[in-house]
Design a binder for this molecule. Structure first.
Ligand SMILES: CC(C)(COP(=O)(O)OP(=O)(O)OC[C@H]1O[C@@H](n2cnc3c(N)ncnc32)[C@H](O)[C@@H]1OP(=O)(O)O)[C@@H](O)C(=O)NCCC(=O)NCCS
Length: 137
């Protein structure tokens, strides 16, 4: 089995974003207005894209967004491999901080990667979020 992480286009992320995160919404709902300014990465197994993540860098701080693994492939370590690669990339690029709007039900997962809770929480739609961050370098 061949696992590979590659930089992809934002268009390539849309199907997984849609199916996994917002299955009841249209594909346009999962576009981000500044997708064209982001870098997008995908994990492929035998050339099939199964996990995606998008990275937006501003003022030496990097936000990851729309992190999703196809449901049938979750819980096998693929998301961890992809997130570790993102951490390596931002460390290599001398970015000071990595952060995300974490779905509260996923926050335990991010703690394993050294992200810490900030005290900023909010709700969007039905979903509760907390900002989590990791200082680098
Ligand atoms: C968050 C998400 C991208 C993680 O992707 P993933 O490929 O499932 O990630 P992993 O398999 O590396 O880790 C998932 C869990 O499986 C566990 N795991 C990892 N490898 C494992 C293995 N070989 N065997 C069993 N469990 C394993 C991890 O410890 C983790 O546990 P936790 O959720 O209790 O912390 C995925 O759950 C997802 O798409 N969720 C829906 C969308 C979403 O919520 N995105 C994040 C918004 S903040």
């Amino acid at each position: 089995m061949k696992n590979e992480i590659k930089e992809i286009t934002s268009e390539e992320t849309l199907d997984i974003r849609n199916k996994v995160m917002w299955p009841n919404k249209s594909i346009d709902y999962v576009r981000i207005s500044n997708d064209s300014e982001g870098r997008h990465f995908g994990l492929f197994i035998n050339d099939k894209l199964i996990s995606v993540i998008s990275l937006f860098i501003n003022d030496n701080s990097a936000q990851f967004r729309k992190f999703a693994t196809l449901t049938n492939y979750q819980g096998n370590g693929y998301g961890s491999v992809l997130l570790n690669e993102i951490i390596n990339i931002v460390e290599r690029d001398k970015i000071d901080k990595l952060w995300c709007n974490a779905r509260v039900d996923k926050s335990e997962f991010y703690l394993k990667f050294g992200l810490k809770f900030t005290d900023i929480q909010f709700q969007r739609g039905e979903i509760n979020y907390v900002i989590m961050e990791k200082m680098l370098n």
